[in-house]
Design a protein. Structure first.
Length: 208
């Protein structure tokens, strides 16, 4: 972790958090919490995802799955760049794997995480000037588009990016294999949005 003292202390508290087990807002976590986050005092890019999946829960390292491979491809970055905390910060909406429903799909991010930890952590990362808001939960937090569909939000990326100031926000779908059909139905995402996104990311990484 590349973090100043205050950020390092707060991140350590977040990593030790057991609110969803000991004082849950609703049903307790179905398994032992294992918070996964990468705060940074130098990274200009923040990845705001949904919550860790099963593989990340076991590895303790973010995006160590097929979704991570696709996300890195979308961003145009190497694994070395992606996992360099000096260059990229990662704060999902929920820090722990929330469990799965009866159909085997991941449950929504835990409600305890974001109100308790995200704003204080982000406040200690004022250097961030680009947020990748992945999925509806992150988009509702960073854009305030609650009630708007993911497709409409991502399709509106030019206006959202232009309207945001510090930091700029880019809405993205989740890079899960479950969204392969969405990508086929929305070819503009790969032809229009991704080249712009990759240029924005490369500009920040090369300037670091």
């Amino acid at each position: 972790m590349t973090a100043g003292p205050a950020l390092a202390r707060l991140a350590a508290e977040a990593c030790a958090c057991r609110i969803c087990r000991d004082s849950p807002w609703g049903k307790p976590m179905p398994q032992e919490p294992n918070p996964v986050l990468v705060p940074s005092s130098t990274a200009r890019i923040l990845i705001a995802g949904q919550a860790p999946g099963t593989k990340v829960h076991l590895s303790g390292k973010p995006f160590t799955d097929a979704s991570g491979d696709r996300l890195r491809q979308w961003m145009g970055v190497t694994s070395e760049e992606f996992y360099d905390p000096a260059k990229l910060a990662i704060l999902p909406m929920g820090f722990c794997f929330p469990g799965q429903d009866a159909k085997g799909s991941d449950l929504p991010p835990r409600k305890e995480c974001a109100p308790t930890w995200r704003q204080p952590l982000i406040a200690l990362m004022p250097q961030v000037d680009l947020v990748l808001a992945i999925g509806l939960y992150a988009q509702a937090w960073h854009i305030g588009n609650k009630g708007v569909s993911l497709t409409d939000t991502v399709r509106d990326w030019r206006r959202i990016f232009g309207a945001s100031t510090a930091p700029k926000v880019m809405p993205l779908p989740h890079p899960s294999w479950r969204n392969t059909g969405w990508l086929k139905r929305n070819p503009w995402f790969e032809t229009d949005l991704l080249p712009f996104l990759q240029a924005q990311i490369r500009h920040r990484l090369d300037a670091a």
